[in-house]
Design a protein around this ligand. Sequence first.
Ligand code: IPE
Ligand code: IPE
Ligand code: MG
Length: 264
Amino acid sequence: MGEVVLNPSSRAEQLAQFTLPSKLPNHIAVIMDGNGRWAVSRHLPRAAGHRAGLQAVRNIVSACAHWKIPALTLFAFSSENWGRPAQEVQFLMNLFHKTLIDEIEQLHENNVCLRIIGDHSHFEPSLQKAITYAQELTLDNTGLNLSIAINYGGRADITYAVQQIAEQVHAGQLQVTDISSELITQHLALNTLPEPDLFIRTSGELRLSNFMLWQLAYTELYFCDTMWPDFDDEALFNAICDYATRQRRFGGIENKENVLVEVL
Ligand code: IPE
Ligand code: IPE
Ligand code: MG
């Protein structure tokens, strides 16, 4: 977004300073947490934290695009965040709406394919229109797959998938025995992307807060204490390097030569 286009050569130079590991995640999912605490610790209103958080989003999007990470999914507003004071909720919705309108053309120029996941059916019609426009405009782009989760909840995602499948069973189009883990996956948001390889949560909180519960089953989890507005290129680079050291076993064993020889 912003920076990539405004000063592309110096941004590219900044990012070229990092030597990335050869093993890169195909899909990074992030809970961008800590905007409020970032602001409060500076005696600023929480809204200032959300604005600063938006700048961190721009940086991370441009870094992922530059480093050729295929997919980035950002949790921006959870289905539980409606429980916040109405003023904060309104501020966040307005910030999202304005940013979407202001920056969609730049994202498109940067070949980003944008998806907005979550339940938007109760959003203001003008916001729904902006979302539809943004998704249609960037649909065929072949660069970074950027997904923003707004009014998203992992349980709601699974519930909706189950409802759709149940309807097909009810209509006689599917047998109960056709229901498999793959079929459920196909009915979830982001069903065209690989499941996240790397999950990042900032601000020191060690929980999933209802984010992509199904898709994170085998994702490598990375938690850091940095508040989201301070999460910069170096912080992302550190998370990617940490990921590169992980041995993913998916329930198997790492060294297949070291087999169990004792027979009970
Ligand atoms: C994350 O920061 C942004 C949203 C949830 C919208 P928070 O607003 O949760 O910041 P903290 O956790 O209160 O510091
Ligand atoms: C998770 O953060 C949601 C987003 C970052 C959008 P929260 O701040 O809402 O999570 P909890 O309340 O600490 O679990
Ligand atoms: Mg929070």
